[in-house]
Ligand binder design. Structure first.
Ligand code: SAM
Length: 309
């Protein structure tokens, strides 16, 4: 935890080691192989290949924590200006909370950001008068956030934890949100939704954005090759990057639209909107496989808006 904040934790341990990236660089679907999980021990090796094969919650979490720790500075260097230090951007289409208002009025509310990276979205809500705690799996992403806190003077508590095991008491928050954090990267996305529902108060709101599921049928590249479906939309095998020993270095997990809806309902939440941001005519900036060419033809982001009744 970088800035001290005790109000929500109620004596619960703050850093979870229990389990476990939008890298925008993942060539989804380049190759497929079904292999058993390798022995989890041993240091991360160099990237060797990509695959589609099973990987469990622990292996995924360990891999993605290492990947995001390694990538934190580069991710901020590449995407920080587009995201803004005090701004909530829902995805590469550039939909911003300042105009979309998917979270409602958060003034005076207790807000939790999960998979918040450097906390830009949380910082935006804090600047609007919310009491925000931003969390992320990666210590290094949180450290980038601490540097932004210091530079901007818009400070918020930043905490390292896994969204699959939130170290907060039940019914602690009015709003839980994430822009592309945690959900695309966890094996147990249903568990993340259960955790979000648990820490929400009745009447609270969960809003999360993620890669639009249809993108999993297409190569994750910005050009023409990204317009032809080459994989089954229904294939839930995770996308993994492996080292030479077969250790997972990075993983993303696919859920169809139906899967997402079922997981939301199973968590005791009610889906009130599913926003598919269109690609703006004047927006030319690519982000990995998200490009003007593809964005004008296919949805790239899905934003799920849920309520806990
Ligand atoms: C694409 S970044 C999004 C960060 C931020 N929301 C943004 O818009 O820049 C994905 C983030 O999810 C985090 N993440 C991945 N798995 C997670 C998990 N199991 N629990 C919490 N955060 C996780 C990564 O560490 C990373 O910071």
């Amino acid at each position: 935890m970088v800035d001290s904040e005790e109000r929500w934790t109620d004596g619960i341990a703050r850093t979870s080691e229990r389990q476990s990236t939008l890298s925008g660089v993942s060539p989804q679907g380049q190759s497929r192989a079904d292999r058993p999980e390798p022995a989890p021990d041993g240091p991360r090796g160099e990237f060797a290949e990509v695959s589609r094969r099973a990987t469990g919650a622990q292996e995924t979490a360990r891999a993605n924590r290492g990947w995001w720790d390694e990538q934190a500075a580069d991710y901020y260097g590449e995407h920080g200006a587009f995201l803004g230090d005090v701004d909530l951007c829902w995805g590469p289409e550039g939909l911003r909370e300042a105009t979309a208002r998917l979270l409602g009025d958060c003034t005076g509310q207790d807000v939790l950001e999960i998979g918040g990276g450097a906390g830009q979205g949380g910082r935006f809500l804090a600047s609007e008068g919310a009491r925000v705690c931003s969390t992320d799996l990666s210590e290094q992403m949180v450290r980038v956030g601490a540097a932004i806190n210091a530079r901007t003077g818009v400070t918020l508590p930043l905490l390292t934890c896994d969204a699959q095991a939130l170290p907060f008491a039940d019914a602690s928050f009015d709003v839980v949100f994430t822009a592309y954090g945690a959900l695309p990267f966890v094996a147990d996305s249903a568990g993340v939704l259960r955790e979000a529902a648990r820490v929400l108060r009745p009447g609270g709101r969960l809003v999360f954005s993620t890669t639009h599921p249809i993108r999993w049928a297409f190569p994750d590249v910005p050009g023409e090759a990204g317009l032809t479906a080459t994989s089954s939309y229904f294939d839930r095998s995770p996308y993994v990057e492996l080292d030479g020993a077969g250790r997972v270095l990075y993983a993303e997990h696919h859920r169809t639209i139906g899967d997402r809806v079922r997981e939301i309902v199973a968590a005791g939440l009610r889906l009130v909107d599913l926003v598919e941001p269109p690609w703006p005519d004047d927006h030319e900036q690519e982000w990995g496989g998200w490009s003007p060419l593809r964005g004008r033809l296919l949805p790239g982001t899905a934003v799920f808006c849920c309520v806990k009744d």
